[in-house]
Design a protein around this ligand. Structure first.
Ligand code: SF4
Length: 399
C-alpha cells in the first residue's frame, strides 16, 4: 500500500539505492561514477540527497514507503564519508522509515577507511550489512589496480567489522587479472574463505573505454586478458565456493543459506526502486531514469531543489519481455517453462544436453557453465525478436 498522502501517480518504493561518489584515487580499471577527493563532503552529500528526495516526491515521481525494506549505499567509497554518514543518511530518508526488523541496510566500504570506529558508528546508526571491496590478497596486484589498501588491511577491516557486531558481510573479489602479476586466484579464494563471511561477490576485470587500463592496452603497455582465463577462473570460483557451502544463487553472487542480497533481488525481480545521488538509476515500470553523473552538477541541481535527472527511457513491452528473461536467467530462480513457447522449450532441452542447465521439471535454470554464455543464450531465446543485443555478461560485471 502506498503511504498516506502519496501524490497521484507517484510510485511507492520500499527499496532505495544511494550513491556516495567519493574516492581517494581512481583505480586503473574503474569507469564508475566517482569524484576523486581526499575527504568525502558529507554536508554537501546530505544536503543534495535531501534536495533530490524532496524534489522527486514533490514532482510525484516516487514516495518512500513508511517502512523501507532495503537501503543500499554504494559508490564510490561510502566509507570515505566517515563515521557520521549513515546517521546523516537516516535523517535524509527519515529515521522512522528504518525501524523494521526486516530492514536490510547495506553500505560498501573499502578496507583503508573501514576502521573500528567507523564500523562501530555505522552499526549504532542501524546499518546491518557491509560489502567490503577486498578484490585480491595479492599486494602487487592491488598496487597495479591502484587500490589504496593491502591484504593485511583487508583482513583487519573484516575483523574490525566483526568486532563492531556485523555478522552479515560480503566481500568483493576480482578475477581475470593479467597473468604477469602472478596472482593466484585459488589462493585468493582460499583466503576469502578463511574470512568466514557469509557472502562473496565476484567481478571479472574488463577493459572499459576511457580508463587508465584502456589507455595502457591501446599503447601496448598491457594486454587484455584472454577470455579462457576469465572462464577458467569463474568456474574455479564456482567450484571452490560451492564446495565450501556457498549457494551460487546469481551469476556473480554466492551466499551461505539465508544471506542472499535482498536489495539486489529487487533489481533482478524487476521491482521498483529509487536511486538517489549522482549517476543513480531509478525504475518504476515501464520507466527507467538516471541522474546527472557529474558530482558538482548533480549537487548544485539537487541542492537547488530540482530533480537532477539526466535522462530517462520507457522500456517497451518487447524489451521488458527480454529483460525479464535475462534477469530471470541470472538467478537460480530461472524462468518458468510455462512462460516459454515451444521453440524456447526446445532450446532449453538442447542446453540441458550441453550441460548448461540445472535439472528442473518446471523451470529453465542455468548453471555456472550456462552463466558464462548468458548473453548469447538470452539472445537466442529471444530470437532477436525485439532487436536488443547482449548487454552485459558474467565477465564484465564489476563493482
Ligand atoms: S574501483 Fe571502487 S575504489 Fe576504485 S575508483 Fe572505482 S569506485 Fe573507487
Amino acid at each position: 500500500m502506498p503511504p498516506e498522502g502519496t501524490p497521484a501517480g507517484a510510485t511507492a518504493v520500499g527499496s532505495v539505492y544511494v550513491h556516495a561518489p567519493f574516492c581517494l584515487h581512481r583505480c586503473s580499471y574503474c569507469d564508475f561514477v566517482v569524484h576523486v577527493t581526499e575527504h568525502g563532503d558529507l554536508a554537501a552529500w546530505q544536503e543534495a540527497l535531501k534536495g533530490e528526495l524532496r524534489a522527486v516526491e514533490r514532482e510525484g515521481l516516487f514516495a518512500l514507503e513508511d517502512s523501507l525494506q532495503t537501503l543500499y549505499v554504494g559508490g564510490g567509497t561510502p566509507s570515505l564519508l566517515g563515521e557520521h554518514s549513515m546517521e546523516a543518511l537516516a535523517s535524509v530518508v527519515g529515521r522512522r522509515r528504518l525501524g523494521s526488523s526486516d530492514l536490510e541496510w547495506t553500505a560498501e566500504a573499502n578496507p583503508e577507511s573501514l576502521t573500528g570506529g567507523l564500523a562501530a558508528a555505522w552499526r549504532r546508526s542501524g546499518l546491518n550489512r557491509l560489502s567490503i571491496g577486498v578484490q585480491t590478497f595479492n599486494d602487487e596486484a592491488l598496487r597495479w589496480m591502484g587500490r589504496q589498501h593491502d591484504a593485511q588491511s583487508a583482513e583487519r577491516a573484516v575483523d574490525a567489522a566483526r568486532a563492531a557486531g556485523f555478522t552479515n558481510m560480503s566481500v568483493d573479489l576480482i578475477f581475470g587479472l593479467p597473468e604477469r602479476l602472478e596472482r593466484s586466484w585459488r589462493d585468493d579464494l582460499e583466503r576469502a574463505l578463511a574470512l568466514n563471511v557469509p557472502h562473496v561477490s565476484l567481478y571479472g576485470l574488463t577493459v572499459e573505454a576511457g580508463t587508465a587500463l584502456a589507455r595502457a592496452v591501446r599503447d601496448g603497455n598491457e594486454e587484455a586478458v584472454a577470455i579462457q582465463q576469465h572462464q577458467d577462473e569463474y568456474l574455479l570460483a564456482a567450484e571452490v565456493l560451492g564446495a565450501a557451502g556457498y549457494e551460487h544463487y546469481e551469476v556473480s553472487n554466492f551466499a551461505m543459506p539465508g544471506h542472499r542480497s535482498r536489495h539486489n533481488a529487487v533489481y533482478w525481480d524487476g521491482r521498483p526502486y529509487l536511486g538517489l545521488g549522482n549517476g543513480a538509476h531509478s525504475f518504476a515500470a515501464p520507466v527507467r531514469r538516471w541522474n546527472l553523473r557529474d558530482w558538482p552538477m548533480y549537487r548544485d541541481r539537487a541542492r537547488a531543489g530540482y530533480v537532477p535527472e539526466h535522462d530517462r527511457e520507457t522500456v517497451g513491452a518487447d524489451a521488458r519481455k527480454l529483460e525479464k528473461l535475462w534477469l530471470g536467467l541470472r538467478t537460480t530462480e530461472g524462468v518458468q517453462l510455462a512462460d516459454l513457447d515451444e521453440r524456447q522449450r526446445g532450446l532449453a532441452a538442447a542446453w540441458s544436453e550441453h550441460g548448461w542447465t540445472v535439472a528442473s521439471e518446471d523451470a529453465l535454470r542455468l548453471n555456472a557453465e550456462g552463466w558464462l554464455l548468458l548473453d548469447e543464450l538470452v539472445v537466442e531465446l529471444d530470437d532477436g525478436g525485439c532487436g536488443l543485443t547482449a548487454r552485459s555478461t558474467t565477465l564484465d560485471l564489476r563493482r
